[in-house]
Design a protein around this ligand. Structure first.
Ligand SMILES: C[S@@+](CC[C@H](N)C(=O)[O-])C[C@H]1O[C@@H](n2cnc3c(N)ncnc32)[C@H](O)[C@@H]1O
Length: 182
């Protein structure tokens, strides 16, 4: 299991509401859908119609029904317009769509706005996981801004951890995990 998924599976349970803020090819959406089950709710966002197509196709491949999944073609900085119930988890897989247009990337201003909207919805014990790829043009700038933002979150309210793969080549992602304490 991917490390980001492990971080979420430690807290998210069947019946919970969760967000995939960067749907892409749908791997995180599929993982979250299995984790929360048909009693839960998954809200997945992407600005590219191609991402919705790819995610639909991935879900269809599994030959299961996923009534709990809502695929939304909108920027994640619109999360609060679509999600009003408390959430137990959210994942951001930052950068560009693998196999797609590499110039369409996540950007720090909208990413930070979306993270803040998730933090406004997150339940005690819930986690927001950020998978930060930074090897592409624009990636470093986004990572720097995110580190600034996350490291200033109130330590009484949130535990913020940074994880790195120190033995992987080719700019492996840095993972940030924000857990609501109270
Ligand atoms: C690294 S990919 C996500 C991979 C995906 N989670 C998966 O499992 O395949 C990043 C995605 O973020 C999307 N994206 C970029 N800006 C966005 C925004 N403002 N709101 C939502 N998605 C955005 C891109 O279109 C791209 O599909």
């Amino acid at each position: 299991m991917q490390f980001s998924h492990r971080l979420l599976s430690e807290t998210v349970q069947s019946g919970d509401t969760v967000i995939d803020a960067t749907m892409g090819n749908g791997h995180d959406t599929l993982f979250l859908a299995e984790l929360v089950g048909t009693q839960g709710m998954v809200y997945s966002f992407d600005i590219q119609p191609l991402a919705l197509e790819k995610t639909h196709a991935l879900l269809d491949q599994s030959h299961k029904k996923f009534p709990q999944v809502n695929l939304i073609e909108a920027s994640h900085d619109q999360i609060s317009k679509f999600v009003t119930s408390p959430i137990m988890g959210a994942i951001f897989n930052l950068g560009y769509l693998p196999g797609g247009d590499k110039t369409i990337i996540t950007k720090s201003t909208s990413t930070i706005s979306a993270i803040q909207q998730c933090l406004n919805l997150i339940e005690i014990g819930g986690r927001v996981v950020l998978v930060c790829y930074y090897g592409h043009p624009g990636g470093r700038e986004e990572l720097t801004r995110l580190l600034e933002f996350v490291s200033k979150l109130d330590q009484k309210e949130f535990s913020c951890l940074r994880y790195e793969f120190i033995n992987q080549i080719n700019n492996p992602p840095i993972l940030l995990c924000i857990e609501r304490k109270k």
